[in-house]
Design a protein around this ligand. Structure first.
Ligand SMILES: NC(=O)c1ccc[n+]([C@@H]2O[C@H](COP(=O)([O-])OP(=O)(O)OC[C@H]3O[C@@H](n4cnc5c(N)ncnc54)[C@H](O)[C@@H]3O)[C@@H](O)[C@H]2O)c1
Length: 437
């Protein structure tokens, strides 16, 4: 893509459509309102707090990212969404039990105004859930048209200039690509015939992309990650990002594994287990939804450690991932990792990580960054897969024939270099020889 001459400024209001008003969505929305009111800080958000070095280290130019590229202001975000439950944003946030009650009360009026639209939902794809706020239609095509009508109504009602849609719904069952996903024509025929290989998340993705709206998938299910929707995104100018937010244990994995590999320390075992008690944990208690998550979590190490390039160090790795639904912990997940390492002369060592984290507190700033950066991508004219947003995902979507980049630090460099590129600034290679000439 060529450097844009200019980037359209973020004029007017940006609609944020969230599919699923659960723990992640409500923590994100309540957080943005709390930050707007000056009640809390946007900790964890690159777009709000991150800086970007420009030019030489001696130049002393490190503006805030939000001052370097034109991003929508938090005051200009307008929230809406769909859920199978009728709870408004406040009720949903209260039930999710992530935001402390005293803070939630202070943003209550903002949250109460968010009424979920009836959802496209089919229990076939999420076995552990059922709810009353669901659309009906004769075919999946008809359901997609209803979602498009919702989007247009929301845009008109709130006088929105632009929109972004993020799937923050539950993890659907594991599905593989089939011929119905191979082209737009096949997918549209499949919508007519209600093909079983088209899950609810794909119907929302189709609707958003057909409207030219940026779409991201916070969960690991297939959703927009199929050739048919990439084709549509190219045609309508919709940027795409996904899949599965990189938050707790996998975030740690993609920090630690590159470090071990950098020092050529062998790894022959990585055992990861979690306890989690929120609704996400309950959905993942179903083996078919868990399989989707497991595939997403497990692919990371292979790509980072590259066993094919380092036989002897990483080709005998036993990587196990477990998630156990344990209600007493709610959203406050606990993860344990045991890593079996090999040092000089293959002497064994062990590394233990015990991360007591908060799932949605880690996810919310990512959702905010994705909203703002996808809106930027749209204004710049970047269509289809946005590989520079891999930084935020466990299973980054990528061009066919490429392997995904999982190393968090390479991902961050890629993201910042993309921003430099968009602004016509020199890319930073970290070579640094010029300081010694
Ligand atoms: N740190 C994190 O929290 C994290 C990290 C990575 C991925 N994720 C993924 O993000 C998603 C959301 O996580 P969460 O903790 O908010 O879960 P949650 O269960 O609290 O919320 C999901 C919401 O989606 C709704 N939903 C399900 N199917 C729907 C449909 N077809 N249409 C509309 N609404 C639907 C559910 O009713 C629920 O309210 C999950 O898939 C999870 O695996 C979360």
């Amino acid at each position: 893509m060529k450097i844009p001459d200019d980037i359209a400024p973020p004029r007017g209001r940006l609609g944020v459509l969230l599919v699923g008003l659960g723990a992640v969505s409500t923590t994100f929305i309540a957080g943005v309102h709390a930050i707007r009111r000056g009640l809390a800080a946007p900790t964890g958000s690159l777009t709000q707090l991150g800086t970007i070095r420009l030019g030489k280290r001696t130049d002393g130019r490190s503006p805030r990212i939000r001052d370097f590229v034109p991003l929508a202001a938090l005051d200009d975000l307008v929230f809406g969404g769909w859920d199978i439950f009728e709870d408004n944003g406040y009720e949903a946030a209260r039930k999710a039990q992530v935001i402390q009650p005293d803070l939630l009360e202070r943003v209550r009026p903002d949250m109460e105004g968010i009424e979920p639209m009836p959802a496209v939902f089919d229990r076939h794809y999420v076995k552990k859930l059922d709810g009353p706020n669901v659309k009906t239609g004769r075919s999946k095509r008809e359901l997609a048209e209803q979602v498009i009508a919702d989007i247009r109504r929301f845009r008109a009602e709130h006088q929105l200039d632009r929109l972004v849609m993020i799937w923050c719904g539950s993890t659907e069952i594991f599905l593989e690509e089939t011929p119905v996903h191979a082209s737009l024509a096949a997918l549209e025929r499949g919508l007519e015939t209600s093909d079983a290989a088209i899950p609810s998340s794909m119907i929302y993705a189709y609707a958003a992309i057909r409207e030219g709206i940026p779409y991201a998938n916070a969960a690991p299910n297939l959703s927009a990650d199929v050739p048919a929707l990439e084709e549509l995104a190219q045609a309508t100018g919709a940027p795409l990002a996904g899949k599965d937010l990189k938050t707790g244990q996998t975030l740690m994995k993609t920090m630690i594994a590159p470090g071990l590999k950098a020092r050529l320390l062998g790894v022959n075992g990585w055992y990861s287990t979690n306890i989690l008690g929120n609704r996400d944990g309950e959905v993942l208690d179903d083996p078919e939804s868990f399989r989707t998550k497991e595939e997403s979590k497990k692919s990371v190490l292979d790509h980072i450690l590259q066993p094919e390039l380092y036989p002897g160090l990483y080709d005998d790795l036993h990587h196990v991932v477990r998630i156990n639904y344990y209600p007493p912990r709610g959203d406050n997940k606990e993860g344990w990792d045991n890593i079996d390492l090999l040092g000089w002369l293959d002497y064994p060592m062990q590394l233990k990580i015990n991360f007591l984290c908060r799932d949605s507190i880690l996810a919310a700033p990512i959702v905010l960054d994705l909203v703002l950066l996808l809106d930027l991508a749209k204004r710049v004219g970047m269509n289809g897969i946005q590989e520079w947003l891999s930084f935020y995902f466990k299973s980054p979507i990528h061009a066919r024939g490429l392997y995904p980049e999982h190393d968090l630090f390479i991902q961050l460099m890629k993201l910042k270099n993309t921003l430099r590129y968009l602004r016509g600034e020199e890319l930073i290679t970290h070579l640094g020889l010029e300081y010694y000439d």
